[in-house]
Every structure is written in C-alpha cells, then in structure tokens.
Design a protein around this ligand. Structure first.
Ligand SMILES: [Zn+2]
Length: 283
C-alpha cells in the first residue's frame, strides 16, 4: 500500500503533466469510488474544468481545478487504497481493464485504475479534515509529538499508523522509523522518554524524506506495456528493486539485520505485520 513518500513522488510527477489541462469527458466506471458523490454530480462539476495545481496531504492527493461554469475552485480528492494507480495515458492506448474513472483531457486520458476499488477519486473532501500533522512540516514538532504520545497506551507501532495522530505513515515506514530510532514496536506510546521521542521524531522524518528523494528517480509512466516498478505489493516481475533494497527491516523476516546480522523478526500487531530486530530494538 502506498504511503506518504509514494504519494508525494506521484504528486510531483503528475503536477506538471496536469497543470492547465481541461477535462473534456468524464467516464465513471465504478461509482463506488466517488461515494457519496453521484456520477451525475461528479460529471457536472468536472466537465470543462481545468487543473490548476496538485498537492498532497497524508496519503491523499488533492487536485485543484477551476470550474467552467463559474470559475470557482474545485478540489478533487484521490486516494490509492491498496492497489490503485493514477496516471496519464495517450488517448489511443487500449482502455485499462480495471479503470474506475477516466478523465478525457483532449489527446490523453487521466486514468484512475484499481483492481480492488478500495481507493477514492471524489469531490467529497471530509476525509482530510481529521488528519494529524504532516510529518515533514513545521507543524510536526517533538514537544507536540510527545504530548500526543503521552495520551496513548497503545503500542508505538500501532499509534504511528493512526492517521489522526500523524498523517501519511503506514506499515512500511512505521517499521522502518522504529528500527532507525532503535525502539521496540511493542513499547507503549506513553512510556517513551523525551530522548526517545526526539529520536523517533527524527527517524520518522528521515525515513520519509529519504524515500521521497529515492523514489523521485524512478519513472512513473504507467501507460500500456510499461511496468509500474515500485510502490505496490506484488511488484511487476523484472521491475527494478532499488526501492526495496532501501528498506532495512520491512518484509525482511529471517534476513540478517543490517546492523547486527541477527535475523529480523515478523510479529503481528493489530492484525498487521511488524518487522523489527529484537536485538537492536530492545527498548
Ligand atoms: Zn539488529
């Protein structure tokens, strides 16, 4: 499942490609992904609208457009869910089997494709109102972070996945940040000392920033016949794996810890896998 860095890389990739483009046609193939907005309303608002900018909040993409009817600003919210992809394809490329929404941009199509339809592409932006601070922004400070942690007895790994607590971290970067901070994923959030919180704060920012920097070197052209490369479980065969190589513990159960060479362990927390080194992450 894509997390903050993957969405940030995708936003940076799509931003210049979409800027100024006008929506000539709207083809909704899975109404579920627009919910609670109806296909009719979706079409009415977007037809003739022009993309002005694209930003990211947590794991969400925020497409801004100027509507044709009254020039008002419109926000289109995208979320890739587990398996979604958003990309541009030339008009004559064969239609994608799992396309949920296709926007005709005069000469090319913006495609939101999803094999499981857990993602979103909608005018309903309520989901972002409840999000916690952006971990790479100035809003995310050790003192505030510590205060929020003090209020929870949950294991720190589970707490990091709570999007209302801090936005954008998922299973991969929670494991990676805890490894970097040398903290046990089982440690209760309210038991972290000020020093440990600072270490975790730095580790969270470090793993996310490095993933963004690394990911941006990867082409994100998802058109026909091209492999998607990275960002998703079930990576296309033969795709470059330099992304995975950067991960120190995630999905590396039984492999040697990069620091102490003892085997990485997988445990289950809140029905999700956690990967860690019991030797390096004892506290
Ligand atoms: Zn180790």
């Amino acid at each position: 499942m894509p997390e903050l860095p993957e969405i940030e890389v995708l936003a940076r990739h799509l931003r210049p490609l979409l800027r100024g483009k006008m929506i000539r046609g709207v083809d909704v193939r899975r109404a579920k992904v627009l919910s609670p907005v109806s296909p009719r309303e979706f079409r009415r608002v977007l037809l003739g609208a022009r993309f002005t900018s694209l930003s990211r909040r947590g794991k969400y993409l925020l497409f801004r457009l100027r509507s044709k009817a009254d020039g008002q600003s419109v926000t289109l919210l995208g979320h890739l869910g587990m398996t979604g992809r958003m990309f541009l394809a030339r008009e004559n490329e064969r239609p994608q089997k799992h396309a949920a929404v296709v926007l005709d941009l005069c000469g090319e199509n913006f495609i939101y494709e999803d094999t499981r339809y857990f993602g979103r592409l909608t005018l309903d932006t309520k989901a972002i109102q409840k999000l916690g601070p952006e971990p790479l922004s100035d809003d995310f400070q050790p003192a505030k972070f510590r205060k929020a942690l003090k209020r929870s007895r949950q294991a720190i790994k589970i707490k990091l996945l709570d999007q209302t607590f801090v936005a954008g971290i998922g299973n991969i970067y929670a494991s990676e940040a805890l490894f970097r901070a040398r903290l046990s994923p089982r440690l209760a959030a309210n038991r972290l000392t000020a020093t440990q919180v600072k270490r975790l704060w730095r580790a969270v920012r470090g793993v996310l920033a490095e993933a963004i920097a690394g990911g941006s070197t990867v082409p994100l052209n998802f058109g026909a016949g091209k492999t998607d490369g990275l960002f998703y479980f079930g990576r296309a065969p033969g795709a470059p794996d330099f992304y995975e190589e950067r991960l120190r513990v995630y999905d590396r159960a039984g492999k040697p810890c990069p620091d102490c060479r003892r085997p990485i362990q997988r445990i289950t927390q809140a029905a999700r896998s956690t990967f860690y080194c019991p030797h390096c992450q004892r506290v």
